[in-house]
Design a protein around this ligand. Sequence first.
Ligand code: UD1
Length: 319
Amino acid sequence: MATYLITGIAGFIGSALARAVLAQGDQVRGVDNLSTGKRSNLAEIQHRIDFREADLLDLEPVRVACQGADYVLHQAAIPSVPRSVADPLTSNRANLDATVNVLMAAREAKVKRVVYAASSSAYGETPTLPKYEAMPPDPISPYAVAKLASEYYMVSFYRCYGLETVCLRYFNIFGPRQDPASPYSGVLAKFITQMLKGEPPIIFGDGTQSRDFTYVDNAVAANLLACTAPAGQVAGRVFNVATGVRTDLNETFRLLKQLTGYTGNVRYEAERAGDVKHSLADLSRAARHLGYKPMVNFEEGLRRTIAWYKSEVGTSLPR
Ligand code: UD1
């Protein structure tokens, strides 16, 4: 039985990973400072996991948490491009300094492998579509810079110390438990909950921007593959994790209207600073070396996510 340390375990991706690791019969340890994650995301599994409330910026608890861990799945972050534009210092601490602490502790504890939640935002405004890993990155926002710098640290710890690290560049992950309540929440969590409440969502810009929206179960599968794939194929490398299909926001709104039954309109407001126009992943490297293939497509992911938020109406949906 292996022990997985999940940072950011109370977030929607971390908590989905925890459920998947438990389901395969392994042990889960988790760290979260509950800044964006929520205890309620762990409700029915809390008695089966070793949860530690701690901030990754404090090295000591991270060191202790890494002791005896086989794998570290480093998901903790302060997401959101606009939040980082408003407060680059906090973004840098949470998204970069914390990563270096995790790497220091993982190396000292001799964990087998560290898998990192990197971001498609690293590609920035590079005109080529789809984005492939060998392209020179071109980050726009402070968030993208911190995520990319963390990637470089991951690769550096492999090159300098032989610590096996794998970076997964997530493309707009969505799904159950994603927090819809913050002004910085991901667009799908916001749109779905707003439309379920009969409120008009807001599109920033003209809605022609597109994303390779990726259902969370695909990211979970990629993490588990990244732990077990042969080191010679994956260690010190970066992989896209996405579905390989992009949808623009106007089309996304139309699709959500059908799926939620919302009959109102959408509002348009000014484009967001730091926004990327188009995002689409090339998945050939992930397929070849990780054995990754998207299992849940965008529409099915939306159905499952809508069903989950519907089940939450009247309990935790924000007003
Ligand atoms: C970016 C990254 C993504 C990462 C995320 C973390 C890219 C291409 N993607 O996501 O991999 O996981 O940061 O936060 O860089 N929007 C609206 N109305 C809203 C909210 C958002 O129109 O109410 C628009 C945004 O302006 C943007 C799109 O929806 O064009 C997606 O926004 P969001 O969900 O915040 O994610 P990204 O910034 O694309």
